[in-house]
Unconditional design. Structure first.
Length: 390
């Protein structure tokens, strides 16, 4: 059984920290799944890298991490933003403002296209096709919409250009039907959520924002820094964990991610945590294949907690447009994602990619990020999203 040792509070420089270390004897190491003991493609066993740390630290939210906060580029002070549940008129108005670039690229051009037109002809359909593609709805989704419009025109069910926008709006809303955006964090305890995605999409900040929401809902949340290949990623998660007021499980860079996750889940069970949010690496080309590493993490989670991870959320940067769709296809093929988080929707004209991904992959968007503050993550509401664009 893993033994827990609680260090006395000590002062180092200007900061103080209470750290619970997870250590295990040689006999206790046998509890780890066999594949965690194995060597990776570099020939080193997990935890034996040059920068590896023997023990796993659980940092409490009351720890002062001033030095880490400064290195992460933040003040360490939580923003004074208010949380909106995503269903109020105020939020819809704010969403419309944040999606203004997408609305102009799609609806603004559509309004200008049909202005003064008397009928829907081939020339109008050709221009409509260009508008939909440049709004990042994707080739396949655009073809589907154009085909639907063409058929309606042929049957004389749609013959007035000024009705075109309303028809497209309803068709797009239909792509989100049967895709449940809800996440039931009470479905298991601990409820384990694995976050995946390439570097730079906003995984770490998304995790912190979600932890903040869950903490305000009364959940006991634990964050896991399983991106052990980047020291900066670990420090960033610690910094955000402090702002959200939740515990963070970490090791130094070089530790085996699967071993970190295994220890974290053991800690979560012992400490009766409600939710565990796991950050992972996102580099695409290193000595260890990213997808194989993530598959291993997923297997270890399942061995420790049957039926976990309960959610596998792919974080995508909406500003990358069609590249986000390519990433979604790749990760879905290898890991079987259960949901998406779209970040940076506040500064992009490529919001149409949300429609393309949901239609092509049949995977729901669970959350959207619409800003940099800790409260700028909201549950995805398909109707509100489409209404905000149109």
């Amino acid at each position: 059984m893993i033994k827990w040792f609680k260090k006395e509070r000590k002062k180092e420089d200007d900061s103080s920290a209470e750290v619970i270390e997870v250590g295990r004897s040689n006999e206790e190491s046998s509890e780890l799944p066999e594949e965690v003991h194995g060597a990776d493609s570099s020939g080193e066993k997990p935890g034996q890298g040059a920068d590896a740390e023997k023990d796993t630290d659980i940092l409490h939210p009351d720890e002062e991490t001033k030095d880490v906060s400064e290195r992460a580029g933040g003040s360490g002070k939580p923003e004074n933003a208010t949380v909106d549940n995503g269903k109020t008129g105020g939020f819809l108005g704010g969403l419309r403002k944040r999606l203004s670039k997408t609305r102009e690229r799609l609806v603004g051009r559509l309004d200008r296209l049909v202005l003064g037109k008397k009928q829907i002809d081939d020339d109008l359909l050709d221009e409509l096709e260009e508008i939909l593609i440049t709004a990042d709805l994707g080739v396949e989704t655009t073809r589907d919409l154009i085909s639907s419009v063409t058929e309606k025109v042929r049957r004389k069910e749609l013959n007035q250009p000024d009705r075109l926008k309303a028809y497209l709006k309803e068709e797009i809303k239909g792509y989100f039907e049967d895709l449940d955006p809800e996440v039931d964090f009470s479905g298991a305890r601990p409820f384990v959520t694995l976050f995946i995605g390439v570097n730079g999409v906003g995984k770490t900040t998304t995790i912190a924002k979600l932890a903040n929401r869950l903490k305000k809902d009364g959940k006991e949340v634990m964050l896991v820094a399983a991106d052990t290949f980047r020291a900066a990623a670990i420090e960033q998660l610690v910094h955000w964990g402090e702002k959200a007021g939740v515990e963070v499980v970490r090791q130094k860079s070089g530790a085996d991610p699967s071993a970190v996750v295994f220890d974290a889940l053991t800690a979560a069970i012992a400490r009766d945590a409600d939710v565990v949010l796991i950050d992972t690496a996102g580099r695409m080309h290193t000595k260890v294949n990213l997808m194989e590493e993530l598959k291993k993490v997923k297997r270890v989670i399942g061995k420790k907690i049957p039926e976990a991870p309960h959610e596998i959320l792919l974080v995508l940067d909406a500003t990358t447009g069609q590249n986000a769709l390519s990433q979604a296809k790749l990760f879905s093929e290898h890991l079987g994602i259960t949901g998406l988080v779209l970040t940076k929707l506040d500064g992009t004209a490529k919001g149409g990619i949300v429609v393309a991904i949901c239609r092509e992959l049949k995977v729901p968007v669970k959350y959207i990020g619409v800003g940099e503050k800790i409260d700028d993550l909201h549950p995805f509401d398909p109707d509100s999203f489409v209404d905000a664009i149109f």
